[in-house]
Design a protein around this ligand. Sequence first.
Ligand code: ZN
Ligand code: ZN
Length: 171
Amino acid sequence: MFIETKEIGPEGLIVSRSIDAFRLPVSDQDSIRVDRVQLSGELQRDQDGFSFAGRIETALTLSCSRCLEEYSSPLDLPFDLFYTTSREGGARQDSRIDEEMATVTHFDGARIDLMALVSEQIYLGLPLKPLCRPDCPGLCPRCGTNLNAGSCACAEKRTEDPRLRVLKNLL
Ligand SMILES: [Zn+2]
Ligand SMILES: [Zn+2]
């Protein structure tokens, strides 16, 4: 899915697109499910490129790093990008763009790749340690029971054993 830069008039271009659900590869073997994406924003012509600010709204299916269950995580990502054909990275050191902390993307000048934009922004927005909920108790280290579903038989022993209590404090 692309936007041709010739569609961008002197007044700019309002962008509102939806992208079907897809899988985003996160490693050689692994990918995550991305729900239908709503991309909205505004493209503006600039002296040596195009500024594109907007937001990406979707939901991801992630695996909880504690209990390993899959859960849906809503995502609302603002982005602020600058597309340029200029390769002179050093020359724009003091420019307005750097002050605004926009991410500079080099492109061929003809069209903006929305799929690449969405994939990259979602990838950057992925949590390092996904949790189904902030206080997820995870799996019992002894028997592997998912403690979200209830306590296991190990629970009583665990509170009795002082060594495990020390360990629990460290966690
Ligand atoms: Zn969890
Ligand atoms: Zn257990």
